[in-house]
Design a protein around this ligand. Structure first.
Ligand code: NDP
Length: 278
């Protein structure tokens, strides 16, 4: 008799317990799937490559999205369509990262159209692989203007609209910390600059509850750095995994840093490089 009571109690407990766990799990799934629900993110250079993957991933996580681009209006429109299919809002804005006024206007248009700005991803960037001595002044200016000045200007404009929980995320490079191949001197210098920019700015906006982080990809297969391109073999050889990464590898780290789960990470440079800098 005592034993059957015990069993009944146990089974009742199990039913109740499993019921609440199920609900909790369901709730967790819901929260995890939509951890950026109600947030707005602006991704510079979001029409192709790493930026497009970040835009789509943050939309999957619930955010409304603005992207910038320069020439690829069709590619940008395709990203917007993909995002709208998930039920999120999206806009594409033509804004060259080297043009300070265009960058500021893109931030203002994001806020005017989508109502807020919670996450800025400074992704637009370029590299002009050639030896330093052969690099022209125009090429130096272009790399600096897009990779560094564009990041500074977009961030200044975005901070005016950001509140507690805001996220500034910059796409640096593993080459901003260690450089294993020739031909990338100005590029590596600009990526080193955004690393220190991240560290410095984190100290200025921390008391507002805004985090600033730098994501440092290694070789990722995109138009800028094709896995089968002329420059690919030494980069692949320098990774511990002996392969290029995918744009989604970077997007998932950005999604984590953008999420509330990463609220105690700031001033950090997080590397996703297949072990290049190991
Ligand atoms: P891609 O060249 O494949 O894509 C660049 C994207 O940025 C496109 O959407 C392009 O749009 C846009 N873009 C280019 N120039 C500008 C500009 N001046 N202003 C605004 N948007 C612009 O590059 P990746 O995806 O490979 O690179 C993205 C970022 O990741 C860069 O900062 C790069 O330095 C960094 N990175 C990349 C690595 C890699 O191996 N791929 C490794 C380490 C870092 P449009 O076509 O309209 O110009």
């Amino acid at each position: 008799m005592e034993q059957s009571c015990f069993l009944i109690r146990i089974s009742k407990f199990c039913i109740e317990y499993s019921g609440s766990t199920k609900n909790e799990v369901k709730g967790q799934e819901k929260t995890m799937a939509k951890k950026l629900q109600g947030k707005t993110a602006l991704i510079t250079g979001g029409s192709r490559g790493i930026g497009a993957a970040i835009a789509k991933r943050l939309a999957e996580d619930g955010a409304n999205i603005a992207i910038t681009y320069t020439k690829g209006a069709d590619a940008a429109a395709a990203v917007v369509k993909d995002i709208e299919r998930t039920g999120r809002k999206a806009i594409a804005i033509q804004a060259d990262a080297a043009d300070a006024n265009a960058v500021k206007a893109a931030v203002e248009k994001t806020v005017a159209t989508l109502g807020a700005l919670d996450v800025l991803v400074n992704n637009a960037g370029t590299a002009i692989p050639k030896t330093f001595e052969e690099t022209t002044l125009e090429e130096l200016n272009l790399v600096i203007d897009i990779n560094v000045r564009g990041t500074f200007v977009a961030t200044q404009a975005a901070l005016k609209h950001m509140n507690k929980g805001g996220r500034i995320i910059t796409i640096g490079s593993c080459a901003g910390e260690r450089i294993l191949t020739p031909g990338l001197v100005p590029y590596a210098a600009t990526k080193g600059a955004v690393k220190m920019f991240t560290q410095g700015l984190s100290r200025e906006v921390g008391d507002r509850g805004i985090t600033v982080n730098n994501i440092q990809p290694g070789p990722i297969d995109t138009d800028l750095n094709p896995a089968e391109g002329e420059w690919a073999a030494p980069q692949k050889a320098a990774t511990a995994l002996h392969r290029y990464g995918h744009v989604e590898d970077v997007a998932s780290l950005v999604a984590f840093v953008a999420s509330p789960e990463a609220s105690y990470i700031t001033g950090a440079s997080l590397t996703v490089d297949g072990g290049t800098n190991a």
